[in-house]
Design a protein around this ligand. Sequence first.
Ligand code: NAD
Length: 283
Amino acid sequence: SAIDSAPPVCVLGLGLIGGSLLRAAVRSGRQAWGYNRSSESADAARADGFDADTDLVSVLQRANESGAIIVIAVPMPAVDATLEAIAAHAPDNPITDVVSVKGEVKAAVERAGLSAKFVGGHPMAGTSASGWAVGDADLFVDAVWVVATDNGVDADVWSQVADLALDCGSVVVPAESLEHDRAVARISHLPHLLAETLAITGAAGGELALGLAAGSFRDGTRVAGSAPGLVRAMCEGNRDALLVALDEALDLLQGARTDLLDNGSTARLVDAGFAARGAYESH
Ligand code: NAD
């Protein structure tokens, strides 16, 4: 996008995702500043040369005066309070978010009366680490960034959100909030619950099991190292879609158990899994 026409960016929450976004927006040539509740991350951001503050009202007033695009980058449980502040101090600004569930944020935006200039987003990038210090301007490079195409979204705001994602180096994937939530229940939230399960059953094997665990166990349990608060917020915020995916997984495991018990075979699950993995690899 043309740098001289790109609006400034106001990032609320300077953790892994918001901190990476502030860095990437500045690197792309945009004017950008951020808010963080704790002075720890705001101080760290300032020490790294970025414009960061712990005063939400003044940060939002500045957004209001400059027409900045506001990016909500706090965990789901903090979204309602953040929207209330936006409604009070910058109600006419374009708004997006980076939260991992889209339906729940959309409902919160409607409750706050801010739907007119809101377009949801989800950069599909991250690690299990958190906080300003682990942020990286390159985090979003070549990552998929979902930009919501729900009925009634403002076309200009949609383009502004997509431009921001492109400026961060991402590939924009348009999707409706509901479709997004159904998809991420399958490729992110269910895998989180399965990783927790694997970590628990592995650790229950005691010293020997942990000593023998190598690469594949590490891969399968990696996301179990994510902050429990964020995992819970994702899973609980996507309840309906996650229940559907969880039922399918339980049926598959139950089927494998029945096959193994009745005829000593795991072929049904293993063959189907191998074929499904092949489809994923060739996508
Ligand atoms: P993080 O813990 O690194 O950062 C969270 C930020 O929110 C911190 O700056 C924290 O100070 C702030 N915060 C927490 N509670 C708050 C409250 N009550 N009021 C105000 N601020 C508060 O987490 P993160 O990984 O950057 O996650 C931020 C958002 O990004 C979440 O909504 C998450 O769903 C989403 N997200 C995360 C990932 C990932 O892999 N970590 C990927 C994509 C999207």
